[in-house]
Design a protein around this ligand. Structure first.
Ligand code: XMP
Length: 509
């Protein structure tokens, strides 16, 4: 992967920094998000075609303001400073950064001619979020854009390859932001657009083939998109991959069959599917407390996996589906620690292996999905909505029993079917049914019923940290409710959850 062009996004702590990196990648340019404290020689050793200084909460005139070494700005590598990054360039090249005029939100941007603004409308809306600004331009710079309140909304010294924008081109509220970022990448930095998921897949498969060859590899397949794509890449490169899928009996209806069909039958993988449903249910008998259920399911999962791993014996490599946000969160570039809430967390302790391989550690989630399609995985796997490790175990309120699992699977299946039929499956981030332990009175035909309430949850979200309840049209809800009550024995009432997160969580347990 040495020949690909690299951009560096230098992180000064702004809220949109991962977004900038994703935007750059969307223009088919590989980039790395690195902290501003990274030594200049380390940055330049990556031979970047350009560097973007991000925004950040600091003031350049504060005593301990984050800065870079002068050598970086003078290296000849083109730099685009965004917001704080723009002020930093001004500050370090002899300009003056002052307080005000404050601008938050949409502003009208007027641009002059510049390589950065090629094909950009003379006037457009941009997104501002700053309380400092470039008060006096550095020598040799010119202002290339303004807003009614900010005289230097953009500046540049093209000869030195230094560009700054006070607004945020990475957010969608900046109408011409995409074009501006693209202009910097292609007009200023000479990007070739060599970062595509097709390239990534073939280069990764080659690299894995060289690294792993005929050695033995083990992968825990959870059914989730990350482990699926990671395992499939390794499978395409190496003949000695064994995948273990632990079916804890708490998967959604038909899910295990689908996983076996895709990976064993279609992809031709050596897949061991362990049917451990009864084992998990017996451990869960009588347990009602959510965290206790989670712990039991997690511990049992590790146990089952350990037993399988023992049968397989020592392996050379263990595949993990670590992705770039995990790498960033775990301290930027350092070897990614396995997150405690990771579905298969704890596995490295029970597997006898020499090294971990993480084929996706450079990818954002949307890139993982694009890569999944490139290597022939179906939409049912690639576009799978987030599903918690403990599965339906935390969607059955109270004790988990085989009968309740069956009832919930049926209700959830109808819900998913109707959401897809209504074409809402792409816009809703996560949606699922919950089986409550509340029983209510109903009437069916001439009979009185006393059955359970089924809860429906559907949320829109970006990352699951915050979420809003999805506004599903009433007629769709009506169809779902009527089908569930009519078709699923044991449920006689359906309730729709209209709580956001916070204060609620997405899952009910
Ligand atoms: P909450 O309920 O915390 O959920 O708002 C946020 C996201 O995390 C998922 N989730 C889990 N995932 N193990 C997991 O692997 C868990 O124990 C777990 N609990 C919640 C949830 O489905 C949502 O996507």
């Amino acid at each position: 992967m040495d020949s690909r062009q690299t951009m560096i996004v230098l992180d000064f702590g702004g809220q949109y920094n991962q977004l900038i990196a994703r935007r750059v990648r969307e223009h088919n340019v590989y980039c790395e998000l690195l902290p501003y404290t990274t030594p200049t020689d380390k940055l330049l050793a990556k031979k970047p075609i350009g560097i973007i200084f991000t925004g950040g909460p600091s003031n350049t005139f504060d005593e301990n303001a984050p800065k870079v070494e002068r050598a970086l700005i003078e290296s000849g590598v083109p730099v685009l400073g965004i917001c704080y990054g723009c002020q930093l360039i001004a500050d370090m090249t002899g300009g003056v950064v002052g307080q005000g005029p404050r601008e938050y939100g949409r502003q009208t941007l007027t641009v002059e001619s510049s390589a950065l603004f090629e094909g950009v409308k003379k006037q457009s809306l941009c997104w501002m979020s700053h309380s400092n600004y470039v008060e006096k331009l550095p020598a040799g710079f010119r202002a290339t854009a303004s807003t009614p309140t900010c005289p230097v909304a953009a500046m540049e010294c093209a000869e030195r390859g230094l560009y700054g924008v006070q607004f945020h081109p990475e957010v969608m509220h900046t109408e011409e932001g995409e074009k501006i970022l693209r202009n910097f990448l292609y007009n200023v930095c000479g990007a070739k657009g060599d970062w595509t998921m097709g390239n990534f897949a073939s280069m990764t498969i080659d690299a894995l083939r060289k690294k792993i060859g005929n050695k033995k590899v083990l992968c825990a397949l959870s059914g989730g998109v990350d482990s699926a794509v990671a395992a499939t890449l390794v499978h395409k490169a190496c003949p000695n991959l064994v995948c273990v899928y632990v079916d804890h009996g708490l998967m959604r209806k038909n899910e295990t069959e689908e996983i076996v069909r895709v990976f064993r039958d279609e992809q031709g993988m050596n897949l061991i599917a362990v049917d451990a449903g009864e084992r998990f249910l017996s451990k869960l008998a009588g347990v009602t407390e959510p965290e206790k259920k989670r712990k039991i399911i997690g511990a049992e999962f590790i146990k089952v996996f350990e037993e399988e791993a023992k049968k397989i014996g020592a392996v050379d490599y263990l595949v993990q589906g670590t992705i770039y946000p995990d790498v960033i969160e775990s301290g930027l570039g350092a070897s990614a620690k396995i997150k405690s809430h990771h579905n298969v967390g704890g596995l490295p302790d029970v597997v006898d292996f020499k090294e971990i391989v993480e084929p996706l550690r450079d990818l954002f989630k949307d890139e993982v999905r694009a890569c999944g399609f490139e290597i022939g995985l179906p939409a049912s796997i690639v576009l799978r909505q987030p599903f918690p490790g403990p599965g339906l175990g935390i969607r059955i309120i109270g004790e988990v029993t085989a009968e309740k699992v069956k009832v919930l699977q049926e209700a959830d299946y109808i819900y998913r079917e109707e959401i897809a039929k209504a074409g809402l499956d792409k816009e809703i981030w996560q949606y699922f049914a919950v089986l409550t332990n509340v029983q209510t009175v109903g009437v069916m035909g001439d009979e009185r019923t006393y059955d359970r309430v089924c809860g429906l949850r559907a949320v829109t979200s970006v990352d699951g940290m915050t979420a809003d309840w999805a506004r599903i049209p009433y007629d769709v809800l009506e169809t779902i409710s009527s089908r569930i009550v009519n078709e699923v024995k044991g449920i006689n009432r359906v309730a729709y959850d209209i709580t956001s997160k916070p204060p609620a969580t997405i899952e009910w347990e």
